[in-house]
Design a protein around this ligand. Structure first.
Ligand SMILES: Cc1ncc(COP(=O)(O)O)c(C=O)c1O
Length: 386
């Protein structure tokens, strides 16, 4: 079940919080230091549940982004053209691309939506791993696109590129391939060499959406961004990235796409006109200048990962190698029963994913949050519930 369906079906449009709680929480979080204390003691409660279910960065945004929003907010009576252009310029320079090779979206969700609307429809197919982040599928399905889901490899839960490729070869029409690297929910990577070899040799009728929402977290040398293919002039792909994850701007809704100028132009015809939120663009641009914040986020995520893997080892619960700000691990019951048990302790974990019952996706929050999680996990183990 995806985030949208989950929120609709549970009536939790504000995540685990009611609107009034969210507003008062936001007000009390006005001092940035409150949000940014990674080791502050956490006691989950009904009023302040621990949210480890949507892969957000619990540190909250970069203080530089926060200050930039406050200082630029009075300019929000103007349309965001300048802020949009400035952000595109920063992103292009960083990746040594031209401005025409970058576009912005209302989150990377809109980048995925633009690509699906531009390349899918009746007579075409979407090929995606299963399970994976399913927004491509959600946008493609109502357009009459054939959806071909290729199960992860049963032993490693790695993406089965060979089977995905065969699915495009068997299909007579155009294919759009969705590749999430690192994959959500498993946090595993697909080696760049394999992805690049396929994209470089694919016929024109195959288009790739490479979703790199968790790109900034990866340190494994087998991983590399598909942006190098864009730089090399390939036209059959879009790289989707987001400011919702390591940059901690999920609520501001901003993401971007990298592709050949012709591909960007085609995608842009499907974007919502004036889709850029001014504070979001300002905050994103400021975040890109804050290398210290990224370092701190990576360090706290590494510390949190260690806290969790140590506990999982101790409790003999298997887990996959985590290359993102979440980890996919075994539980000693059905996934749904485990989520319910955690929820009773005011900790929201994971969400349902196909073919992986007995596993849970856990967001790596701050070290203090993970200590609270580990305490709850051990309590459940004592009760025979985890
Ligand atoms: C793999 C992946 N892609 C895209 C998104 C959507 O992010 P955004 O907030 O940028 O729309 C998410 C959000 O969880 C994600 O996990």
């Amino acid at each position: 079940m995806d985030r949208r369906t989950l929120l609709k079906s549970s009536g939790l449009f504000m995540g685990a919080l009611g609107l009034s709680q969210l507003v008062s929480k936001t007000a009390s979080a006005a001092s940035a230091s409150k949000v940014l204390a990674p080791h502050a003691l956490i006691t989950p409660s009904a009023k302040t549940p621990l949210l480890l279910n949507f892969n957000e960065n619990s540190l909250g945004m970069s203080p530089k982004a926060h200050a930039a929003i406050i200082s630029e907010l009075p300019a929000a009576f103007r349309y965001p053209d300048d802020a949009r252009a400035a952000l595109i310029e920063t992103l292009a320079k960083r990746d040594a691309l031209s401005d025409k090779q970058v576009t912005l979206g209302n989150g990377s969700s809109e980048i995925i939506q633009m690509a699906i609307h531009a390349y899918c429809g009746k007579g075409s197919q979407l090929v995606c791993p299963d399970p994976t982040f399913n927004y491509a599928e959600l946008y493609a399905e109502p357009m009459g696109t054939t959806i071909t889901k290729i199960k992860l490899k049963p032993d490693t839960l790695a993406i089965d590129l060979k089977a995905m490729r065969e699915a495009t070869e068997k299909f007579a029409g155009n294919s759009v391939v969705y590749l999430c690297n690192p994959n959500n929910p498993t946090a595993t990577i697909t080696p760049a060499a394999d992805i690049n070899a396929w994209i470089n040799s694919a016929p024109e009728r195959v288009f790739f959406i490479v979703d790199e929402a968790y790109h900034e977290y990866v340190t494994d040398p087998r991983y590399a961004s598909a942006a190098s293919l864009v730089k090399a002039g390939k036209k059959n792909l879009i790289v989707a990235r987001t400011f919702s994850k390591i940059y901690a701007l999920a609520g501001l809704r901003i993401g971007y796409g990298l592709a050949a100028p012709e591909t960007i132009a085609r995608l842009d015809t499907w974007a919502s006109i004036d889709n850029t939120n001014l504070p979001a663009a300002i905050a994103a641009n400021a975040s890109l200048q804050d290398a210290g914040f990224i370092r701190r986020s990576l360090d706290t995520t590494a510390e949190s990962r260690q806290i969790v893997t140590r506990a999982l080892d101790e409790l003999k619960l298997a887990y996959l190698p985590s290359h993102a700000n979440f980890i996919f691990h075994r539980v000693n019951s059905s996934s749904a029963a485990y989520r319910d048990s955690m929820k009773k302790l005011h900790i929201m974990v994971g969400r349902p994913f196909d073919h992986t019952d007995g596993w849970n996706r856990l967001t790596l929050g701050t070290p203090a949050e993970m200590q609270a999680f580990v305490k709850a996990l051990k309590t459940l183990r004592q009760q025979g519930l985890a």
